[in-house]
Design a protein around this ligand. Sequence first.
Ligand code: C2O
Ligand code: CU
Length: 494
Amino acid sequence: SHFLSSALTRRAFLASTASAAAGTMLPLSSPVHAAPVKDIRLRAAPGLTRLVPEPHGETPAWCYNGVVPGPELRVRQGERLRVLVENGLDEETTVHWHGVRLPNGMDGVPHLTQRPIGPGETFTYEFDAIDAGTFWYHPHQRSFEQVGRGLYGPLIIEEAEPVRVDRDVTWVLDDWRLTKSAAISDDFGNGHDMSHNGRVGNTVTINGRVPDTFAAKQGERIRLRLINAANARIFGLDFQRHQPMVIALDGQPVTPHAPDGRLVVLGPAMRADVVLDMAARPGSRVSVIDRFYRGLEYRLVDLAYDSAPLRDRAPDWSLALPANPLPEPDIKNAVRHDVVFNGGMMGGMVMAEMGGSMGDDSSGEMMGGRGMMGRMGPMMGMMHSGKIWFINGKAAEGHIMEPMLTLDRDRSHVIAMTNATAWHHPIHLHGHSFRVITRNGQPTRHREWQDTVLMAPREKVEIALVADNPGDWMFHCHILEHQAAGMMGVIRVA
Ligand code: C2O
Ligand code: CU
């Protein structure tokens, strides 16, 4: 394992330096890990948060440290995080560090990498921040409800030499299904959400608030870190007169480029760092529009320009981020694997079984309180144990998960994935970042690394990686209802 062993070597080296110098100049508080340690405490518990403006009331939610999103954790690349998690919920939880390459035991997957944290219990996560970038954290236990009730937060790992900007801003995007009294609708896991496009809500927030305006100054350069924390909503952001330049995807630097079709597209769990040069005139307003779902476009927020400019033209500072220490896959000599995703309403298999008779006329409809066996009862019965989505013909069940695929450690692998369903799926692999090398047979243009790749209906995507992080890793759709309804498996690196 390249990165883990080099991290260990570095620590061992620093530790021996530390003991040699003991008593002279180095602090003795961390005899084993001489890398600076950042201690953090996160408490998951019910709380009240203001999602929508007055006169609406506050919303009972589940919070980290009493806030939604949870606190923005910021560390420097090379630092070590030590996070004490306290569970103040009435149910088990864990914390998963989405996109972070860390040792398997710190990955936060209940029953796979750890025992879940029971109510009133604690667990300490500790790992080195190997890659700089924009990451996030969230539970991996019943995540369709725990994330859906507000448990998530940003994790920013800072480069030693970041790109120069005037402001570094994080926008955590989320989407909620609220009742008229601003309560979270408790129809989590209903059959309709599970078998269609997941729990898409009726209220979109930035950093836990329905946004109104975002203040900007002409000539200002902003690094905007976008994180999609929604259960199911896909965003396609149009900054209109502004040309966003994408400098990182899923935390990993990419050749700076304007997004295809001018839209910054983010499936659930995906991140994009964009640089925005604020180019409009003092006093003007420019709306940011979400155009992902055709016919359902809406104004997300207005960029409201201050009356005084910061400078009269965009700065010409470099946009390139330093690379992270990722091993480049050897695509020619890689081992190939095939993965097919199927299931779901109107998907190939269900379509055949149902004779194509089910329409999709109700995706926005509330199914209040009806369980998985509600209206969908007869159809579910035809499928194995009520699961709806499958990877290579199998749905994840229960706690003990046999790997669907074993990747030889330290070798290069290409995974050819086919979305055989009628729906989008953001497919996430834990413990690694992968290159997205082709889409429908066409090479991708930006050499991007990702940890979550959005697959369109019927799309084929090839990803490549060096399997350098040993352990059993989750591989699943990040539409959390699809994950819960079977679209989840384990990939073993050994
Ligand atoms: Cu963001 Cu398996 O999760
Ligand atoms: Cu999915």
